[in-house]
Every structure is written in C-alpha cells, then in structure tokens.
Design a protein around this ligand. Structure first.
Ligand code: PDD
Length: 288
C-alpha cells in the first residue's frame, strides 16, 4: 500500500510519522469510540448518521468533545482528497486522551484533551464485491461482549475472536447469540426474510444501532416491504427464505448458510439483492 496521509490531533502527516502516547487511554483501557464511513465516487456515505452516532457515543461515556468535532466533515473530505480515495473507508477514532500515567479514574478534561485519529482505507471495487453475488456463510457463537453494545467503543477483542472462530470453521463471519436469540454479527447487523417480511432485532443496548440498518429499513418501508423489528433465533434463520447483514463497509450482504444449513435456496435471495441495489443507488445520490 502507498504511504497514506493520516490525521492526528489537528495535523495531516505521513502514516509512518503519526504517533500517540503510550499513556493514551484508548491503548491502556479501550477508552475510546470510533466510526467507519464508506466512500463511493469519492464521496462520504451516510456521513450525518455517523457524526450523530459519534456524538451520542461520546455523551454516553462522558467523554469531552474534541475541539475539531465541528470540522469532522472537512477533515474526512480532506483525507479523501489527499489520498485520492474513490472507493473505500474512513476510520475515525476518539479516545479520552493521554493523561501521562495509568489510572482507572477519568482524567480532568481541563488538562487532558481527547486524542483524534483518522485514516483512509482504499478499497477499489468495494461496491462491486464478488461476495455480494455468492453470499457469505456464518456460524453462531455466544455473545460474550459487555452490555452497552449501543456505544461504538473500540473494545473489539470479542468480535475479533468471533471472526477467528468463523475462520477456524471455514466460514466468513459469526452471528452472536444471547438467551437463544441472535443479537448481531461481529461487525454488522443481522436480518432474515420470511415471505415479504424483513425481520431484524429491535434497537436496545444489546446491539449497535447501525447507520446502514436505519437507511435500509427506511428504503424497505418506502418500497412497501414489511419490516418487523424483533429478535429471532438461529433455528428461525435456518428456516427463513433469505438472510443478510448490513454495515458501512459491506452495505447489504446476503447470507446463504447459517451453522452449516443452507438458508432458502442457498443462494442470494431477491430481497437482499433489491435492498443492496436501492441502498447503493440512494446513498450514492445523498453522498457528500
Ligand atoms: N462495524 N454492529 C456492529 C457490532 C458493528 O461493529 C457495526 C459496524 C454494525 C453496523 O453499523 P453501521 O451500519 O453503522 O456500519 C453493527 C464497522 C463497519 C466496523 O467495525 O468496521
């Protein structure tokens, strides 16, 4: 990969010159939040939604707002320009900062300011992913994350372990299950389709409130599809007509196998394909 230009605390600089303190609470305590925004045609997809969720995450954790918060759109755009991104992602992370020592107690926001890091991920062909044509396979794993999954924190060890369990099982991803019901995928929201009805878990502290989820459900309702926001089990998913996931990096991605059992015909279904098409079309139009 070419040397990227990244953003750290107000400065644009080459990735190999960007540094943060060893005392940064993101590093020591996973005391940080993040967002991933996709780029299509050199423009940001669903930026307003990501910015709003970021502010909510900061608020839920009593984390001070960084000074650059009002400039985030400009910073995203500048990174897209500097790195010549047509298709890809922008990763943004804000931590509570580096107080100069390790302490469980939050530092004084007067003296310790948040750390802000952004970098680009160039992914030519992101919207034309071959996986969207074949679908992906998932296994189920126990959901062993903390109880505030609605906050987009950088505590990603368990989702990372989930991906490794999927890899070890020879599949693409894992759906997490709690009290017999699917919460979500390791880094995406989970859906099934039965007849003309799209079923996805209701919002709560148990799942991340996906920005792609909100857009896709809106488009589905506008297209006169039925939407039921409720939890479902792995057994119900295996009996469904279709399944899929959504996220900023995968848009709408069909799921064709759950725990070794084919979903529907075992090929991507028409509802997921249609929603992917509508989502890409509409979000490209609204991109900034
Ligand atoms: N993940 N659920 C979880 C646990 C996630 O980590 C994500 C996003 C989503 C989908 O949210 P959205 O539609 O706003 O991207 C749901 C990002 C893409 C990541 O960690 O890379």
């Amino acid at each position: 990969m070419n040397m990227r230009t990244v953003y750290v605390n107000g400065t644009y600089l080459p990735e190999n010159e960007a540094t943060i303190s060893i005392f940064d609470r993101g590093f020591l305590m996973a005391d940080g939040v993040y967002e991933v925004t996709s780029v299509l045609d050199g423009k940001l997809i669903d930026f307003a939604g990501h910015a709003k969720r970021l502010e909510r995450s900061l608020g839920e954790l009593d984390m001070p707002h960084p000074e650059c918060l009002p400039d985030l759109l400009d910073i995203h755009r500048e990174l897209v320009r500097l790195n010549g991104i047509e298709e890809g992602m922008i990763y943004l992370q804000i931590t509570r900062g580096a107080p100069g020592d390790r302490d469980f107690v939050f530092p004084d926001p007067e003296t310790c300011t948040p750390t802000v890091v952004l970098f680009t991920q160039n992914k030519p062909g992101l919207a034309n992913s071959p996986a969207a044509k074949t679908g992906i396979k998932v296994i189920s794993v126990a959901d062993q994350r903390w109880a505030r999954r609605d906050i987009k924190t950088v505590q990603l060890l368990y989702p990372s372990m989930g991906k490794m369990m999927a890899k070890a099982a020879g599949v693409d991803d894992a759906w997490m299950v709690e009290d017999g019901m699917v919460t979500e995928g390791t880094s995406n929201n989970a859906y099934i389709v039965k007849g003309n009805t799209i079923i996805t878990r209701h919002l709560g502290n148990e799942i991340l409130h996906g920005i792609t989820r909100a857009a896709v459900l809106r488009f589905a309702r506008e297209a006169q599809m039925q939407v039921e926001e409720r939890s479902f089990s792995i057994a119900e998913a295996q009996e469904a007509d279709e399944a899929f996931i959504t996220s900023a990096s995968q848009f709408v991605m069909p799921v064709v196998e759950v725990d070794g059992k084919a979903v529907g015909a075992g090929t991507p279904g028409p509802v997921a394909a249609r929603l992917r098409e509508i989502y890409l079309e509409e979000s490209r139009k609204a991109a900034v």
